[in-house]
Design a protein around this ligand. Structure first.
Ligand SMILES: C[S@@+](CC[C@H](N)C(=O)[O-])C[C@H]1O[C@@H](n2cnc3c(N)ncnc32)[C@H](O)[C@@H]1O
Length: 345
């Protein structure tokens, strides 16, 4: 007979074993539009109605719906002989596409871009990074892959905006930024943080700095003309000068790059920063003893497939900032998985 300890261990292992099944179940239900259909429906629906409307087999859909019930993404009601499905609050809020807090596009980014890469995790671990060129038809680099078409860029921007919709306010309120009139969001992407910033700090103006192809899409599809306190700067932050500002936001930027590139970027920002100005960094940060949090280690593994960067500890980030001339470094943990650091010129 198994001891209590055995049972606990077996349960942990079973959870790990099924981790990818859970991810793929959620991705598939999102992708097929289960949560959108149920949010839009005024009543609970049977598996037959759902499979008909989503053009799927009844057998497959029943299995998917029941797995979603077990994951608490759907609720079920039995009426006479009928089994009827509806969204839980969690799915209405975070998985249906139309919700303001929807994580649909973040889920799709994980599903379409990241999931398949993990097939090569052992190769990436052996070699220290994923050797794309070893795989037929693999683009040579990250930008060729992720930025291969307008459609792909837009998907990434939607994914970044989705996750910002959960953490943006926490990040922008970790410190009082009201005394920085001119703010530059370096790698500002689809503008989710910039919008948060102008709603919180009505006397500030913000510039979204990003690559020209990203800025073009941001202007066209993400930031409306009424948001007139948002400007744009289409540059490559490694090749081109950055504009003068009182505060530079670097949200989820440093983690993509090795120390040398981070130093190059921070030095450039320090030079351009107005006297008395500063830099606000928002990143997933490792505990000083690297013991966790687990999300930081997951993010670290994802980076093996894309960038040269790493998830850093507080002291590693402080060292980069000090070495590039920043001082008065303060760090705050937010309720989200991001830490926020404010440092002054
Ligand atoms: C991980 S995303 C972070 C986006 C945003 N800061 C956020 O937290 O949602 C990195 C951003 O940096 C931009 N970026 C990457 N390399 C760049 C470069 N060389 N010059 C300007 N922007 C760059 C990308 O286009 C992307 O928008």
């Amino acid at each position: 007979m198994n001891s209590t300890e055995d049972i606990e261990n077996i349960n942990i292992l079973t959870q790990y074993l099924n981790g990818f099944v859970i991810s793929k179940t959620v991705f598939t239900a999102c992708e097929m539009g289960v949560f959108d259909l149920l949010l839009g429906s005024k009543e609970l629906l049977s598996s037959k109605m759902i499979s008909d409307r989503l053009n799927s087999s009844l057998k497959g859909m029943e299995k998917l719906l029941d797995a979603c019930v077990a994951l608490k993404l759907l609720k079920v009601e039995r009426k006479n002989t009928q089994v009827l499905y509806g969204n839980t609050d969690l799915s209405n809020l975070y998985l249906a596409k139309s919700s303001p807090k929807s994580q649909y596009y973040y889920m799709m980014f994980f599903s379409e871009s990241l999931y398949s890469k993990f097939h090569y995790l052992a190769d990436a671990v052996r070699e220290g990074k994923w050797q794309r060129e070893k795989f037929d038809n693999s683009p040579k680099n990250i930008f060729e892959e992720l930025y291969s078409s307008k459609e792909n860029i837009k998907k990434i921007m939607l994914a970044m905006n989705a996750s910002c919709s959960l953490c943006g306010r926490d990040v922008m309120t970790a410190f009082d930024l009201s005394h920085f009139p001119l703010i530059c969001d370096v790698g500002g992407c689809g503008g989710a943080l910039a919008k948060e910033c102008i709603s919180l700090y009505p006397n500030s103006t913000i510039t979204i700095l990003d690559l020209p192809e990203v800025v073009k899409i941001a202007k066209k599809d993400f930031v409306s003309a009424e948001e007139h306190r948002i400007n744009f700067c289409a540059v490559d932050f490694f090749k081109d000068p950055v504009p003068e500002a009182d505060l530079y936001i670097l949200a989820r930027i440093l983690l993509d790059w090795d120390d040398e590139s981070c130093m190059e970027l921070l030095t450039k920002v320090h030079k351009a920063c107005k006297p008395g100005g500063g830099v606000l960094i928002s990143e997933i940060v490792l505990n000083e003893d690297r013991s966790g949090p687990i999300e930081a280690h997951f993010a670290s593994m994802l980076l093996l497939f894309y960038f040269e960067g790493k998830i850093r500890t507080p002291s590693e980030l402080s060292r980069l900032l000090s070495a590039t001339g920043f001082k008065e470094i303060q760090m705050k943990k937010t309720q989200s998985q991001y830490n926020v650091i404010l440092a002054r010129k």
